[in-house]
Design a protein around this ligand. Sequence first.
Ligand code: GUN
Length: 294
Amino acid sequence: MEVTDKKIIDGKRISEEILEEVKREVKEKGIKPGIALILVGNDPASEIYVRNKGKTCEALGFHSVIEKREDNCSEEELLALIEKYNNDKKIHGILVQLPLPKHINEMKVIEAVNYKKDVDGFHPINAGKLMIGEKCFVPCTPAGIMELIKRYNIETAGKNVVVIGRSNIVGKPIGNLLLQKDKNANSTVTFCHSYTKDIASHTRNADIIIAAIGKALFLKADMIKEGCAIIDVGINKIEDLTKKSGQRTVGDVDFVNCYPKVSMITPVPKGVGPMTIAMLMKNTLDSATKKVYN
Ligand code: GUN
């Protein structure tokens, strides 16, 4: 099988385009968007994510602070830290990396962030505004998926979209974005999840599939329709003894076998992943320029 660029949705290239656009606007406006990146505990993946976000800030001329706390950081201490940045005029975005240690109430933390600095789009005010189609901070991964769909001119109006996964971070927001009465949306949206009977009966009818369940290679070729577009949000490690590390990263989609049937597909890596950081930078810029909230 030949994998040609024609069918590949190149998230890496689009994310670089967006970062260039952000960098240009920062320069033109002579501003310094600021973000506080808060990390609690020692989750290795979270540490890498936060470090990469910090590096991207540096490359773009943003002001960034990384606040790292040990696993035993109390909820009160974390809430106080958030309050400090809520009141810091140099900070336009506050990101608390998830997941948090079990003794901390995640929702309480999310609600402590001033929604006008909630560049993750996790605050209930932003989540609510998203659902009713008001201007708001959109969570970065769904915002990145919408950018890919727009920039690749993937038709969404009247199309059957199946979202597999119902997380607050990806599944619910991307489904609601594609449901909106908007020229870049207007889809008929179906949500599938762990209680759905016969997921394949839904995905076989889909023009666009958003796979966001966190199960390696879940979506197989016999579950999809000829000509559909697939957005793969999964980042899963599987054993691969041909690699020095003994493992490799794959998505929620069996890319190799689905590829011949699809019209478009995002690869993993270099698909949705790089878009998430790009949209975080965009959200932080939009906060600094008061594009979303005054
Ligand atoms: N953990 C996994 N994805 C995300 C994200 O987009 N933002 C934050 N804050 N934590 C995450």
